[in-house]
Ligand binder design. Structure first.
Ligand SMILES: Cc1ncc(C[n+]2csc(CCOP(=O)(O)OP(=O)(O)O)c2C)c(N)n1
Ligand SMILES: [Mg+2]
Length: 908
């Protein structure tokens, strides 16, 4: 407790003696220096431990407020009016949820989360959160997802939402899809919510990287972000998610004093206590403090200050320190007499301390998170902390369900309760002193009234004046562009169109060249954000280090070991590459920050996040979903793609399914290109689509593009009208069948690196089996499927209207014979178009199975996607169609040395 300045919270029973000790220390420092002083202190600590003088660890302080009463700042607001406003919002939030569940039983919603955090938000709304009305992006506020009812309730009082809006909470499909979303979802309420948070842990992670991204923009001199603070509101239970705390050391390392976490420590999560047997606030304090954060605990409300001041023997402090959260939760549910007996009671000195208080007084000794002045002091300290280089976390102790009444406060079931009886509503009304606003006969449990404020009411005027002073309402999402961006010069892509002139390169190398060209582009160069999680060398992107620099907020304080090399590890304050280290989640959070920059900051940026494709969708799938919710734009580049192309790495690295996972995210445009010019065409079209100024439904997408590390000659872009569109639409003819008389006809579709087997198979089929196979490049089965489904839906719902033919059906109408599809991904990838090819023989080959390590050749044989297997598949299709005999297929099986009884790779 002597650490971090907390000694001032304890009574000094002998100031003279204290003075002597301090003078001695000063003298040692003066005469013998700091080292000697340190030594003596260490010896004293050693002795203290030996004498059993207990001593808290340096990372935690006693269970009291960090800011003592006499250091609290003057409170500039009108506490009475703010309390009224808070009560109105509390009431309306509860009424909205109760009504929703009466109107549609089971529709859900949460009462208790916001009830515990109302003051945490209101202090922000009235005094801290900056809006955008001055033309700046203001603060970035991440609301706790389950507290959404409170945010709607305030927007209603501010006149931003109507009663009809509140009546459509969680009923979004009426009124043209304009209800209120259950949680913060920019996808559903694009003018209101900015940051999706409700998947626990993602809000805090993305908030942290948003704060870092703001510094990136600042240091690169692209945007002045100094006026924006990032506020993230989290639950204490949520802190158990690895994503919540997993990146906090980055915040201190990057000196993000523009970041404030507010943890609503109501000691409960969904099922029960967060740490019944421990103290979550103490645990979080140690974690954050250890990570270098500025920690502000707001544990006790003002009325406790008097008691602490009397605590000469430290018995109260000791009781506070030793009472576990499970007990504190119990005190919130019992009458004051219980705490008198169990908290104060066992020790006579403590019992004496509260003898002048009634049981009700004791019960009403509030927790810090419900004490407006304490919160103001904490938020003020957090904002004053700017310049210190330390991010701040405020740990505010609250009661879950506070003011909702006995059935709610501190109950283990409180998170899930959505309904209130009339009696409960009346109890809440009285508790909030709203008798003058709501008459008893108005209250019923079906249709409780909302409190509305006339524009002349002092509460309304006060509230609006406060918001005006803080530049307008929050939250509010806009897409107003503050710093316009042009599209790249078409010449940027010319290298991609030209092909590699016989040189063997991979699509990854092709993409890296494209990325470099884009960063050199006069028009958009500075807006490109390359993001890599410690894999640049794997992808050959280390060539960019020196040229565009690795972003480092501190610059480079050392001469790198490879300084004399052309490709040295060059860090710089103005570096463009976000080299994230080994954190796909962090890299994805950066992608989200950059990909939503067009909205959050009005500064469009184009992120290219390149990663091991295996560690994309399956590793950070929920963040990708969040990116889609947040309307992120940009490119996810799934490098080292394919189950057989990346050789040697085995089961955990060889990806044959990210395209299946990508198919589940509507906003994702998934591509599996074979050649550099296809990559170029997709990127070109993608940038135009996302940044070319179309309607949000069109623009608010992002791309997933696979990249392979197999080298081969990159052909030039076919010189054909409409080729660029065809590549983007997902399928185009790549080569006609070889000419020859009497050839039996067939079709092979390839994607990505499987083009090699497909092309060889064409030659083999012509040479040995008299089969002429035409080749098609399938760049996006997802795009084909989605278009097909939409045509199918149209036809289903317009039976007598003009029939739409799915694009893939049309395109393949002229493709000859049975269709064999081959890729380095699971069969379900090409199968996405099967339903649109009725009556066609369709044989998809794919790499289903867990995978193992070997050479490409061995793996392709194992997964049955090599040349021999493609030939056999084509012949088996012809056999199925009656064009050849079974013996022909058997001949090929022999010719390519295929063991028909080999173990099925799926079960290996
Ligand atoms: C990733 C994820 N897992 C589970 C849930 C379900 N869930 C919603 S709220 C909640 C408990 C939240 O507790 P806490 O973070 O303490 O918030 P409080 O409501 O107590 O403020 C859980 C488990 C979720 N939303 N996200
Ligand atoms: Mg909680």
């Amino acid at each position: 407790m002597i650490f971090d300045g907390h000694v001032h919270q304890l009574p000094d029973i002998d100031p003279v003696e204290t003075g002597e000790w301090l003078d001695s220390l000063d003298a040692v420092v003066d005469v013998h220096g700091k080292n000697r002083a340190r030594y003596l202190l260490s010896r004293l600590m050693e002795r203290a431990r030996a004498s059993q003088v207990s001593f808290p660890a340096t990372v935690s302080t006693p269970y009291v407020n960090t800011i003592p009463r006499d250091e609290e700042p003057w409170f500039p607001g009108d506490e009475h009016i703010e309390r009224r406003i808070r009560a109105f919002i509390r009431w309306n939030a509860a009424a909205m949820v109760v009504k929703a569940n009466k109107a549609a039983d089971g529709i859900g919603g949460h009462l208790s989360t916001f009830a515990s955090s109302a003051a945490l938000y209101e202090i922000g709304f009235n005094h801290f959160f900056r809006g955008k009305d001055d033309g700046t992006p203001g603060d970035h506020v991440y609301f706790q997802g389950h507290a959404a009812p409170g945010v709607y309730a305030r927007a209603f009082l501010e006149g931003r939402l109507t009663e009809d809006d509140l009546d459509h909470f969680r009923r979004e499909l009426g009124r043209g899809g304009r209800g209120l979303s259950s949680y913060p979802h920019p996808r559903l309420m694009p003018d209101f919510w900015e940051f999706p948070t409700v998947s626990m842990g993602l809000g805090s992670l993305t908030a942290l990287y948003q704060a870092r991204y703001n510094r990136y923009l600042q240091n690169r001199e692209i945007d002045d972000t100094s006026g924006s603070r990032v506020w993230a509101f989290l639950g204490d239970g949520e802190c158990d998610e690895p994503e919540t705390l997993g990146a906090i050391s980055l915040a201190s390392r990057e000196q993000l004093d523009n970041l404030v976490f507010v943890v609503n420590c109501n000691l409960q999560r969904l099922d029960g206590p967060v740490r019944g047997n421990g103290k979550v606030i103490q645990e979080l304090e140690a974690t954050f403090r250890g990570a270098g954060w500025n920690v502000i605990k707001v544990v006790w409300g003002s009325k406790w200050d008097d008691l602490l001041a009397q605590d000469k023997d430290g018995v109260l402090l000791n009781k506070m320190n030793t009472t576990v959260d499970g007990e504190f939760q119990r005190y919130a549910t019992e009458p004051g007499g219980y705490a008198r007996d169990h908290f104060f009671g066992p020790d006579d000195r403590l019992r004496q301390m509260v003898s002048h208080l009634t049981d009700d007084d004791i019960r009403n000794l509030p927790r810090g998170g419900h004490d407006y002045r304490k919160l103001y002091a904490a938020y003020k300290a957090a904002t004053d902390n700017l310049g210190s280089g330390r991010p701040t976390v405020i740990l505010a102790k609250t009661v879950k369900g506070w003011t909702l009444g006995e059935g709610f406060e501190g109950r283990n079931s409180t998170h899930q309760i959505k309904k209130m009886t009339k009696m409960q509503m009346l109890e809440m009304r009285d508790r909030l002193h709203l008798q003058d606003e709501i008459a008893e006969d108005e209250v019923d449990d079906k249709n409780p009234p909302y409190i509305k404020l006339g524009t002349n009411s002092i509460e309304y005027q006060y509230m609006m004046e406060r918001r005006k002073a803080l530049d307008g309402s929050v939250p509010q999402r806009t897409t107003h562009v503050r710093k316009p961006m042009s599209l790249p010069d078409p010449a940027t892509y010319s290298e991609m169109w030209a092909g590699s002139n016989g040189q063997e390169v991979s699509t990854t190398m092709g993409f890296t060249r494209l990325l470099r060209s884009l960063t050199r582009d006069e028009l958009v160069g500075e807006r490109i954000v390359p993001i890599i999680p410690d894999e640049a060398r794997t992808f050959g992107m280390d060539s960019l280090f020196r040229e565009i620099g690795i972003y480092a907020s501190q610059g480079q304080k050392y001469e790198p070991v490879d300084h004399d090399l052309l490709l040295s590890y060059a860090e710089s304050r103005k570096g463009q590459i976000l080299e994230e280290g080994i954190t796909e989640a962090g890299a994805m959070a950066s992608f989200i920050a950059a990909g939503t920059s067009y909205a959050t900051r009005g500064v469009p940026m184009i992120p290219f996040y390149t990663f091991y494709s295996m560690f994309g969708f399956q590793r950070v799938g929920d963040l990708i979903w969040q990116a889609a919710d947040m309307r992120a734009r940009g490119f996810l580049m799934g490098a080292t793609a394919g189950r057989t192309t990346l050789m040697g790495e085995g089961l955990q690295h060889q990806d044959g399914h990210s395209l299946v996972l990508a198919s589940t995210v509507p906003a994702v445009q998934a591509y599996d290109p074979a050649f550099a010019y296809e990559v170029g065409a997709i990127v070109d079209a993608g940038i135009k689509r996302m940044y070319g100024g179309g309607a949000p439904d069109e623009t608010d997408v992002f791309y997933y593009i696979t990249l392979y590390n197999e080298n081969y000659g990159m052909p030039a872009r076919p010189d054909r009208a409409g080729i660029a569109e065809a590549i983007v639409e997902g399928l185009y003819k790549w080569a006609d069948a070889p000419a020859g008389k009497g050839l039996k006809l067939a079709t092979i579709m390839f994607s990505g690196s499987a083009h090699g087997a497909a092309r060889e198979a064409v030659n083999e089929l012509a040479e040995h089996y008299g089969v002429g196979a035409e080749l098609w490049s399938a760049t996006s089965y997802k795009a084909l499927r989605e278009e097909g489904l939409s045509a199918e839906r149209h036809n289903r719902l317009h039976p007598s209207g003009e029939k739409r033919v799915p694009r893939v059906t049309q395109i393949l109408a002229d493709a000859q014979g049975p269709i064999t599809a081959v890729s380095d991904f699971m069969v379900s990838v090409p199968e996405q178009v099967l339903r649109f090819l009725p009556g066609r023989t369709f044989i998809p080959l794919g790499t289903d199975g867990m995978g193992c390590s070997d050479t490409r050749e061995a793996l392709r044989r194992h997964f049955e996607v090599d040349t021999g297997h493609v030939v056999v598949a084509v012949l088996s299709g012809l056999f199925r169609d009656g064009a050849v005999d079974a013996s022909v297929v058997e001949d090929a099986i022999r010719r390519y040395d295929i063991d028909p009884d080999a173990i099925d790779p799926f079960i290996v």
